[in-house]
Design a protein around this ligand. Sequence first.
Ligand SMILES: Nc1ncnc2c1ncn2[C@@H]1O[C@H](COP(=O)(O)OP(=O)(O)OP(=O)(O)O)[C@@H](O)[C@H]1O
Ligand SMILES: [Mg+2]
Length: 246
Amino acid sequence: MNRPATMDDADRSQRSARTPGAGRASSLLRVVGLRKSYSTPQGPVAVLKGVDLSLDVGASLALMGESGSGKSTLLHLVGGLDDAEQGDIFVDGFEVTRLSDFGRAALRRETLGVVFQQFNLIASLTIRANVAFQARLAGRLDPVWQEELIHRLGLEKLLERYPEQLSGGQQQRAAIARALAARPRLLLADEPTGNLDEATADDFMALALDVVAATGCAFLMVTHSERQAAKLQRQVRLSAGTIEQP
Ligand SMILES: Nc1ncnc2c1ncn2[C@@H]1O[C@H](COP(=O)(O)OP(=O)(O)OP(=O)(O)O)[C@@H](O)[C@H]1O
Ligand SMILES: [Mg+2]
């Protein structure tokens, strides 16, 4: 019988990748000595040169840093969307760096909510279907919660449209709703307020912080806005390939 793969499948198929003792007990995310280079026509360019980071259950962290400093690169690695060169990433006890593609997909579906810098909405689906997409896959579709997200992000009139029929800020709001609809354990957001006016950005921040408080999820947000960063518990800066400690 066909049934959606679950995190249990990923766990069973790769039990060795799950090492709960590897992080501190309450640590939902732990990044240790992470290195990543890209090859370019001019040769390899080191972007992350030994990044260490940890985030406890219920904690929130703003990741800042100049354009090109590697913030999106770090988020992609944590989300299992790219391969690290060296170092370890633990998410909820799973060693992301040792999971197969299947295990990473299960981790993204079951545990993570990701708001990408480029939104990554599915072009062939309406906004309504996009918002429901991950929650449906994870078997956690909650119509009441979904309606609340749609209302709080002002998406009511956009639900039957397709992503290309939306402005950048509208797409960003839909991407935020999709990430929150499945109530992730770890919310990763890459400049989620970058295309929003200040009032909508404030609404998103209030919503995200409500979700963090209500569900105990951890929240890692990339931002260039000091004003939004200040709303999170901790702020760190990525610079010269490492995390500058305040
Ligand atoms: N696929 C790639 N191939 C080669 N170089 C890349 C690739 N992706 C990113 N880079 C380079 O890696 C560096 C870090 O990029 P990244 O997107 O992580 O920066 P960022 O901190 O998110 O910047 P921004 O604030 O502008 O979004 C940049 O110098 C970028 O040019
Ligand atoms: Mg970026």
